[in-house]
Design a protein around this ligand. Structure first.
Ligand SMILES: NC(=O)C1=CN([C@@H]2O[C@H](COP(=O)(O)OP(=O)(O)OC[C@H]3O[C@@H](n4cnc5c(N)ncnc54)[C@H](OP(=O)(O)O)[C@@H]3O)[C@@H](O)[C@H]2O)C=CC1
Ligand SMILES: Nc1nc(=O)c2c([nH]1)NC[C@@H]1CN(c3ccc(C(=O)N[C@@H](CCC(=O)O)C(=O)O)cc3)C=[N+]21
Length: 300
């Protein structure tokens, strides 16, 4: 079987169009412009690229973007003071603190200081608990983007065997919760999983969120399975010239595509959907904050 390629970049475009429509309506009918604040501590180059593209897309859909760049040695008290200010700013509907944070900052403490209603990453313990109990919450952007692509491709996911490789709080665990919410039979694999190949071979849906370049080979993939590759790994590409690099996923694309029914590419798969879902969450947060009906099809 040769897989259908799930075009996350194109899908993200349709999500952004919907978001832009809601933003326009909020402005015209209610005089409200949704605002997203992004906080970046330190100068990690990959994070800078990512934050810049978020800011650009935020403005493109008509929302206000507020970027706060803090020195790598910013104190926890100063960061918490900024978050408090953003929590109390009525022009800010969504707050994202770029992770990972420098080592001297307590990530849990920082995340849990964000107003859960503005926590567009869905990382606050309150949102994690709401998601785990099937209540309305802010849903983490990367897993939400993966779910949207899966639903779009399959319609119902009910009864499918899903394997999530990776158990991080930002991808693996919330992904598993969403798949469970859609009535999949869910297995979460990780670095201590005994026979990963065997576990993956059972799956109708494989979500790989590990951070190891091309670690999943095609012969682990059940014929016709859907492969969602969350990994974004930059590796050397000497074939492109001296010092050049390229991005690859956690799955070996060519061999997986030979067996899968559908697969997301890297780049152009989950990454663009993540940013589109961040914008979607910001509109959702803005509607909720103003007691307005929230947009349909943009949440889980
Ligand atoms: N597209 C996007 O928008 C996003 C992409 N990413 C990318 O997704 C990947 C994962 O990110 P994140 O969840 O933050 O990563 P983490 O490093 O937090 O988690 C990685 C997980 O993979 C597991 N793991 C590590 N080695 C193996 C192995 N050999 N076999 C099985 N499992 C293993 C770890 O297991 P254990 O818990 O036992 O250590 C851990 O649970 C990265 O490439 C990252 O860049 C991340 C966020 C967003
Ligand atoms: N609080 C917080 N929330 C996050 O959601 C978050 C974070 N911190 N820290 C880092 C990770 C990583 N992440 C990406 C999102 C989009 C792309 C993306 O759009 N990637 C493009 C390629 C970009 C390129 O060319 O470098 C693609 O896959 O096509 C990548 C990575 C969000 N993260």
């Amino acid at each position: 079987m040769t897989a259908t390629i799930i075009d996350g970049k194109a899908f993200a475009g349709t999500v952004r169009e919907k978001v832009a429509g809601h933003v326009a309506r909020l402005k015209e009918e209610h005089g409200i412009t949704p605002g997203l604040a992004v906080v970046l501590v330190g100068e990690d180059p990959a994070s800078q690229v990512y934050v810049r593209s978020k800011g650009k897309q935020t403005v493109e859909v008509g929302m206000n973007s507020y970027e706060h760049k803090l020195d790598a040695d910013t104190s926890e008290a100063d960061l918490l003071a900024l978050i408090d200010q953003l929590n109390n700013d009525p022009a800010v509907h969504g707050i994202l603190v770029q992770l990972p944070l420098p080592k001297h900052l307590n990530e849990d403490l920082v995340i849990n200081s964000i107003d859960p209603a503005k926590d567009v990453d869905g990382f606050h313990i309150s949102n994690v608990g709401l998601l785990g109990t099937g209540q309305k919450s802010m849903v983490p952007c990367t897993p939400l983007g993966c779910l949207m692509m899966l639903r779009d491709h399959h319609g119902s996911l009910s009864g499918m065997d899903a394997v999530v490789i990776g158990r991080s709080n930002i991808v693996g665990k919330p992904m598993a919760q969403l798949l469970l919410g859609d009535s999949c039979t869910v297995t979460i694999a990780h670095s201590r999983t005994k026979d990963l190949a065997d576990v993956v071979r059972r799956a109708d849906i494989v979500v790989a969120a590990v951070g190891r370049p091309e670690m999943v080979p095609g012969d682990w993939i059940k014929e016709g399975a859907t492969v969602i590759d969350v990994g974004i790994n930059r590796i050397d590409a000497p074939e492109k010239g001296e010092g050049k690099t390229r991005l690859v996923g956690d799955c070996h694309f060519d061999s997986c595509a030979e067996r899968a029914g559908a697969i997301t590419p890297v780049p152009g798969g989950v990454g663009p959907m993540t940013i589109a879902c961040l914008l979607a969450n910001t509109v959702t947060a803005c509607c909720r904050a103003n007691g307005l009906a929230e947009p349909e099809g943009l949440t889980a």
